[in-house]
Design a protein around this ligand. Structure first.
Ligand code: NAP
Length: 306
């Protein structure tokens, strides 16, 4: 029997890449990957691993309809940080294409509405837009599972690298305070999605949270200090101060952490379900040890300052 086809969007990126490679490894579905640039290194790696590549763009509904032809399932992710408010229309195109293509299982990487969580006080477009898209998909009666993925460990390499301060210690900081921050390795996300596709009947109509760690930032800093043999300190930076830093997205991220600090006390239940779906998820310590060489910027900074 021919394998059922799953279209993976964002397959050259963190989430979709993890999903495509997990599906290819399992071998239960045929994997088709959507990309704007078939020639890119990541796209070609996917092709070599056994995926079919299809050129398309979330801005172009027709290209999505072509990409979804004959597909059983679709993994959908939209990228706020490249397109900002355009994410809404791109996500609508994705959902409309899924609807029109009569997809049997859509798994959409969404997030809760932080605006609703904060009773309208805080605006966090990268979450609020995804929540709106989730509502839109539900309103069309699409057979879907919505996954809410926690803060990636990988963010400490990209958005929030440690800074060395005058005290000689490494610091990271944002407005999360003492409230637990749920986290996960983006690379561990794929097997969860593969499992949900495989057991679709149990998950259609559900929201699944993806969480591997749920501890306070000070506790994470202790783990980081142990792994790196260097003191790492978490600093609570109040929302107003963080928002005033002025980099693109500073206010949005300030609001995100503030909302989590005030309204999301913990995600223990999500964590338990995530480990059932992927028992091999890495905790922060394991992930840091496996990825220690990627933090070489810590040594470089020391050399420069020495
Ligand atoms: P990523 O690694 O930056 O990859 C972005 C992917 O999106 C690429 O594969 C790219 O494909 C694809 N893409 C971008 N624009 C496209 C378009 N117009 N048409 C088709 N494909 C397009 O991103 P990611 O981390 O996997 O996902 C980003 C999303 O994750 C964001 O919306 C963010 O809010 C959400 N998120 C992040 C975290 C976190 O902690 N960082 C946690 C939860 C959720 P090509 O370039 O090959 O076309």
């Amino acid at each position: 029997m021919e394998k059922r086809i799953i279209l993976v969007t964002g397959a050259t990126g963190a989430q979709g890449g993890s999903v495509a490679h997990a599906l290819l490894k399992d071998g239960k579905f045929a994997v088709r990957c959507l990309t704007r640039d078939i020639a890119s290194q990541n796209a070609q790696n996917l092709r070599r691993a056994g995926a079919e590549l299809v050129q398309g763009d979330l801005d172009d509904l027709d290209s999505l309809l072509v990409a979804m032809h004959n597909c059983y399932g679709v993994f959908g992710v939209t990228n706020f940080w490249e397109h900002f408010d355009k994410e809404l229309q791109q996500g609508r195109n994705l959902v409309d294409a899924v609807h029109e293509s009569n997809i049997q299982h859509f798994i959409f990487s969404s997030l809760p509405s932080y605006n609703k969580l904060s009773n309208g006080e805080l605006s966090v477009p990268h979450c609020d837009i995804k929540a709106e898209l989730e509502d839109y998909s539900k309103s069309l009666g699409i057979k879907a599972t919505y996954v809410h993925i926690a803060f990636y460990y990988e963010n400490f390499l990209t958005f929030f690298p440690f800074q060395k301060n005058e005290d000689g210690n490494f610091h990271f900081g944002f407005p999360q305070g003492d409230t637990k921050l749920s986290m996960v390795a983006a690379e561990d996300f794929g097997p969860i999605i593969a499992n949900i596709f495989e057991h679709g009947e149990q998950y259609i109509g559900r929201v699944v949270g993806v969480v591997a760690e749920d501890r306070s930032c000070s506790e994470y800093a202790e783990t980081m200090s142990e792994v790196f043999g260097e003191k790492v300190i978490y600093d609570y930076i109040p929302r107003e101060i963080y928002a005033s830093f002025g980099f693109p997205g500073a206010e949005e991220l300030a609001n995100m952490f503030e909302c989590q600090r005030l309204y999301i006390p913990g995600r223990q239940r999500d964590m338990e379900e995530s480990y059932k779906l992927n028992p091999k998820m890495q905790n922060l310590e394991t992930w840091l040890k496996r990825n220690k060489e990627k933090f070489s910027f810590m040594e470089e900074r020391e050399t420069v300052e020495a």
